[in-house]
Design a protein around this ligand. Structure first.
Ligand code: HMG
Ligand code: MG
Length: 286
């Protein structure tokens, strides 16, 4: 197994989407630029979703247009449907992501359709992205617990993850959307998922609501995962997942992985500058 771990930076998207007060576009651009300087090579910069659903992300095209692109960095965007994909292509996103759920309740609340309907919708997004030569990542939310349906059966996560790979996603990120996973439930979930999808094509996306994200990343590393989503300053939450405050902090993941002997390619001092700036943007969340 590789000793290199990729940290996929979430602060500009998952970190900010839940903020109630509108954050200035210039500040969002500054955050992305600071992250580029910290050595992060994948930065989720934008979200082309309905502005009625997530008003904070309404200036995504302006953010994408304003950033200083660094060679080798992928500036990525969420695209729930064809309208989102078209906007992402116009904004020159380097990569896009479709986002589904392992639980029906969250699928309905977050993207207003069933899991089956979402997969149908995603098929045309993946097909059009392929034609435009844009890699597509997939998310599965609520991989251990759902705020609406309770505990998520591991087989359901495995099924949706395998479906997203089948559609053409190069990687699937497994989201503990409300940060309720434990070492035991994450282990059981990963056992089921890795029977269907190899660990090399999986990423972990842990919210730190209950303070267990770092433990859950350790469990995931043990299953062979080498990509983790995180947000500097521990920013984050999802407007349609009550209690989903706080992605795991990039700096905390960096420190744990470095202590365990993994390489991440990140510059800690520069990352702390980005983290401090990110924290200064945080107000009351929704
Ligand atoms: P809908 O209302 O069913 O969609 O929403 P619709 O197709 O009927 O369209 C309704 C209106 O939205 C129309 O405008 C469309 O044009 C517009 P109107 O005619 O009423 O003026 N619209 C759009 N506008 C801009 N960009 C678009 C777009 N699509 C439609 N792409 C929809 C369905 C999927 C659009 C909506 O539910 C939505 O935007 N949901 C996004 C919710 C969201 O962003 N949640 C947070 C991200 S997921 C997350 O945080 C979890 C994750 O971090 C992993 C984890 O932690 O588990 C990834
Ligand atoms: Mg999230």
């Amino acid at each position: 197994m590789s000793d290199f771990v990729t940290l996929f930076e979430m602060a500009p998207r998952d970190g900010l989407q839940n903020e109630k007060a509108m954050i200035a576009t210039a500040d969002k651009i500054k955050l992305v630029d600071l992250l580029s300087q910290a050595g992060l090579r994948k930065i989720e910069t934008a979200s082309f979703v309905s502005p009625k659903w997530v008003p904070q992300m309404a200036d995504s095209a302006d953010v994408m247009a304003g950033i200083t692109r660094v060679d080798g960095v992928r500036y990525t965007a969420l695209t729930p449907n064809m309208k989102g994909l078209e906007a992402a292509i116009d904004a020159k996103a380097d990569e896009v992501a479709i986002f589904g759920s392992a639980s029906e309740g969250f699928s309905q609340k977050n993207i207003n359709c069933s899991i089956a309907e979402s997969l149908e919708r995603f098929a045309s997004v993946v097909e059009a992205a392929r034609k435009a030569n844009i890699p597509v990542r997939g998310y599965v939310s609520c991989v251990t617990d759902c705020p609406y349906d309770g505990r998520t059966p591991p087989e359901q996560v495995a099924r949706v993850a395998a479906d997203l790979i089948e559609l053409g996603c190069y990687e699937v990120s497994l989201g503990d959307t409300i940060g309720q996973g434990t070492s035991e439930t994450v282990d059981a979930m990963l056992r089921a998922v890795t029977e269907r999808v190899p660990a090399e094509r999986l990423a972990g996306h842990f919210h730190d609501t209950a303070g267990r994200a770092i433990d859950n990343i350790r469990v995931s590393v043990g299953h062979g995962l080498r990509v983790f989503d995180a947000a500097v300053g521990g920013l984050g939450g999802c407007p349609y997942a009550p209690g989903a405050k706080g992605n795991v902090a990039t700096e905390a993941v960096f420190d744990m992985l470095t202590a365990e002997g993994f390489e991440t390619g990140l510059d800690r001092d520069a990352m702390m500058v980005a983290a401090e700036f990110a924290r200064s943007l945080r107000g009351d969340t929704v």
